[in-house]
Design a protein around this ligand. Structure first.
Ligand SMILES: NC(=O)c1ccc[n+]([C@@H]2O[C@H](COP(=O)([O-])OP(=O)(O)OC[C@H]3O[C@@H](n4cnc5c(N)ncnc54)[C@H](O)[C@@H]3O)[C@@H](O)[C@H]2O)c1
Length: 333
């Protein structure tokens, strides 16, 4: 059995952000059309080592994509100089059931999480958007930035905010060097979230926060917001004001967001928001079964908790391209 092994450089060589955005949209469209089998993720607690191991798996028949992403959370790894969240994608040949590829799961997650926000932004943000506010400068932030710049190349300015100004400045400087000229955009750090969001046409929050990371009353009419960080009922980075004033709310998967994201669960528990206020899944919008933005004044919100369908479809497309181009190394078992 031959297994192709793809690291970050291999994946970047064969797959662009534009292709990742297309893969993310296609994956959610397949999911919302009912053409996929995505079980709930399995979680194994490895108590004696203070670790958790999560298995996110599924099958997307239209893409012939079958696989499992293994993501573990071992907080003690930091002291050993190892990644705290190691991740690997195992892809199978859907016709034979044999493992056909191993991919760097950390890079795959960054690419597909950026890409899904890119797909939402492409469909929902106003075409004349000029200013983008990015809140959070952690592992996911660069993918989020690259995806939004890819779908709205007319953007002129990016304001980056995180709790630590020095960290936000260093991130903004590195990103300006990498993407500033390519996309004709200035990328600078903001001293406050108010400064970042008040003129923004697009806002992405990608944080581990438990409370709103910006004041929703300050945002502009017609803003599009991507809420990427919250994935437990305790986490909420988008305040109640935004959730209850958004004209349209989309999810990556309704089931995942309604059961996991504190952004929506907390206002639901207070009785200020109900499940039927969700417009629908992004895949439904792509499939034309729910409406999209209907005026330049509407506020649109995309809520994401992540789903294995994004991993398997994106990984399959990367693998197919790597096979064609003979990139990566091949091991024999
Ligand atoms: N939707 C998805 O598919 C998906 C995929 C991967 C990760 N995530 C989630 O996205 C979040 C961010 O991931 P990451 O890998 O970048 O995490 P990270 O730990 O590397 O970075 C977290 C960032 O959040 C910022 N932050 C935390 N609290 C804040 C606050 N109150 N105000 C402002 N900023 C604050 C931190 O300063 C940091 O910049 C996590 O919750 C992660 O689980 C979602």
């Amino acid at each position: 059995m031959k297994i192709r092994v793809l690291n970050q450089q291999d994946m970047q060589k064969v797959f662009t952000m534009k292709e990742a955005i297309k893969a993310a949209g296609d994956a959610l469209a397949m999911y919302s059309a009912g053409n996929t089998d995505i079980p709930l993720r399995a979680n194994i607690n490895v108590a004696e080592h203070g670790g958790n191991s999560l298995y996110m798996y599924g099958y997307a028949a239209p893409a012939q994509a079958l696989g499992v992403k293994i993501v573990s959370v071992y907080s003690g790894n930091a002291a050993k100089g190892l990644p705290v969240v190691p991740a690997t994608m195992v892809l199978l040949n859907s016709a034979t059931g044999q493992v056909c590829a191993l991919l760097d799961g950390t890079y795959l997650t960054r690419a597909r999480t950026g890409a899904v926000a890119g797909a939402a932004t492409e469909l929902l943000a106003r075409k004349d958007s000029k200013i983008f506010a990015l809140i959070g400068t952690g592992g996911q932030a660069e993918g989020q930035l690259e995806a939004v710049l890819t779908v709205r190349p007319e953007l002129e300015k990016v304001m980056v905010y995180s709790r630590n100004y020095e960290k936000a400045s260093a991130f903004a400087k590195a990103m300006e060097e990498k993407y500033g000229e390519k996309f004709g955009v200035s990328i600078t750090a903001a001293h406050s979230s108010e400064e970042a969001v008040k003129d923004a046409d697009i806002i992405t929050a990608v944080t581990t926060a438990n409370n709103a990371v910006f004041d929703g009353t300050l945002t502009k009419k017609g803003v599009h917001i991507n809420a990427m960080g919250s994935y437990t009922p305790d986490m909420a980075e988008i305040g109640e004001y935004t959730v209850t004033h958004a004209n349209k709310i989309y999810t990556d998967t309704n089931e995942g967001v309604i059961s996991e994201s504190g952004d929506l669960i907390q206002p639901m528990e207070k009785g200020t928001f109900k499940e039927s206020d969700v417009t629908g899944e992004l895949g439904q919008l792509i499939n034309g079964t729910v409406p999209g933005r209907e005026s330049d004044d509407e506020m649109t919100l995309f809520e994401s908790v992540g789903t294995a369908v994004l991993d398997i479809v994106t990984a399959q497309r990367i693998y197919e391209r790597a096979e064609e181009m003979n990139v990566g190394s091949v091991i024999e078992l």
